[in-house]
Every structure is written in structure tokens, then in C-alpha cells.
Design a protein around this ligand. Sequence first.
Ligand code: ATP
Ligand code: MG
Ligand code: MG
Length: 289
Amino acid sequence: CGTSSLLPMTPKKPQQWLQVVGHAGSFHVGDYGTLLKRFCEGEQQCYLRLMEDALRPFVPAYHGVVQRDALDYNMMDNLLTHFNTPAIMDCKMGSRTYLEGELLVARERPQPRNDMYEKMVAVDPEAPTVQERAQQAVLKTRYMQWRETLSSTTSLGFRIEGFRKSNEECHTNFKRTKSREQVMEALDNFVESNTHIVWGYLRRLKQLRQVLEESHFFRTHEVVGSSLLFLHDWKGRTGVWMIDFGKTAALPAHLTLDHRTPWVEGNREDGYLWGLDNLIDILANMLPL
Ligand code: ATP
Ligand code: MG
Ligand code: MG
């Protein structure tokens, strides 16, 4: 497959891997502590650039494309490898989770969706407008924007997608976890009130913030739908990495983002750093004074 020279020479041993959220059929556990994710060219381009960027220590190492059963996969490090049955949390970063390009496409070809109308009514019967009610349908863009105001995505610039404490079930019921207090409660549940773990996460997130502010990759990309993956185990080991660049888009040459300026359509800002500021602030407030 042409990637073996890039593989770290760790002994081959059975690998554990557990997925918190995301499309279940997209992954395979690879050899030598690797993970295979269904190929997406945009994501590959991001990983190739990230391997040359200051952010490299904060993303899984990328090892190229491999085939399995006639399908292509991006091969990367399995981040669980250095932990002992870890607790795992996926936080989706940013103040919106769709690309500006997706909005344009949806507007050019508006498709009223009954399934999304039904989902909306199931959560909040008051949410649809008179017109939407008459059509029994909502536009996809409208649905996406509405859904983001339910969680902390719009109000805090990140949301908890799900977590799994070691040897427990996955918790993914955070679609309406919105306020600082609700988020803090969920985070406290995830770390089981362990301040040592909170310290570990805070230290790592502050390092990440510093590197993000200097990263060429970050300045020149709209980072949407990407997550921070949090891992800790009973030994007190902690780690945070950036994952999921399937919706990260390179900007036109003249444009850069600061990732904190509020989004207005056309400026491409994604609120990633604003969300990270809020996340750091919430974690810091979980520590004793
Ligand atoms: P979606 O777009 O719906 O968020 P996806 O199919 O793009 O999902 P990811 O978000 O990349 O998938 O990953 C889904 C889950 O798989 C993560 O929440 C995490 O639990 C696990 N995962 C992804 N990448 C890694 C990795 N390198 N090491 C360990 N676990 C990973
Ligand atoms: Mg994801
Ligand atoms: Mg994705």
C-alpha cells in the first residue's frame, strides 16, 4: 500500500477501539495501533497539511490511504492506543456545523423536507412557522440552523456530542444541553468530579489554544464539524486531540480567519476559538478557588 515506511514500529497487539459518535460503518481498526476511516479527499488534504503544521502534535498522525474490501480509507493513529480502557468524549467545536458552501447549495436547490419537519415538531411543536406548518416541511438549512440554537453550539461555540466513561454505555443525549450550567454538569459527570483530570485537560487545552493562534493551517481554513476528542483513564492520564476534518475547507488565498469574530454570512468565521475560550473558562470554573 506504500505507507509501511511511515508506520511507527510498535509491536502488533490486539487493539481496542470504541466509537462515541459518528457514522458507525465508516471505521475499521488497523494494524499497529492505527485506525481506518472511510476516505474523504477533503479530509486527506487536511491531514497532509496538518502533518506539516504547528498543529501536528494535536492531531492523530496520518499514514496515507489504504484499501479494504475494494474501499479506500484514510489511515491514522488510533488515539486510544496509549490509554487503559479510557473514558472518551467528543466535543464538536464552533458556532455552526455547516459550511457556508452548504448553505449556498441548499439555497440554489431548496428542498422542503418532511422528515426534518417531523423531527422539529417532535422536539418543539411551536418551532415551525405558519408556512412550514402548511407545507408540513422545512428547508434543510432552516432545520440545521434551528437545531444549533437548541444545543450550546450557537450560545457557547461548542457542544458535547457524546461521551463514554470507561466500561459504561455511551451518553449521546446532549442535543438540548445548552446553558453553561448544563454543560458544566455534563463535564463534571464525565470526569467524575476528579479535579486532577480537569487540570490535565485544562493544561492541554491552553497549549492547544496557543498553537491554534499561531497555526498557518488554522488561519487559512474554515473549520466546521470538527471535534476535540478527550481521553482519560484510571491512571490519571489525560489527552485531547483534534479530529474529523471532513468538513474543513481551505479559504480563498486573500482570506484568513481569527475564529472568534461572530459569523455573518460571507465572512466564513466558524467561532472555533471563541468556543475553545468558553470551554476553557467552564473547565477552569470547575476547579476549587
Ligand atoms: P460525524 O461527521 O458524524 O461527526 P464521522 O463519521 O466524521 O462523524 P469522526 O467524527 O471522525 O467520524 O469520528 C467518530 C468517532 O470515532 C469519534 O467521536 C471518536 O469516538 C472516534 N474516533 C475518530 N477518530 C479517532 C482516532 N483517531 N482515534 C480514536 N478514536 C477516534
Ligand atoms: Mg465527528
Ligand atoms: Mg465528520
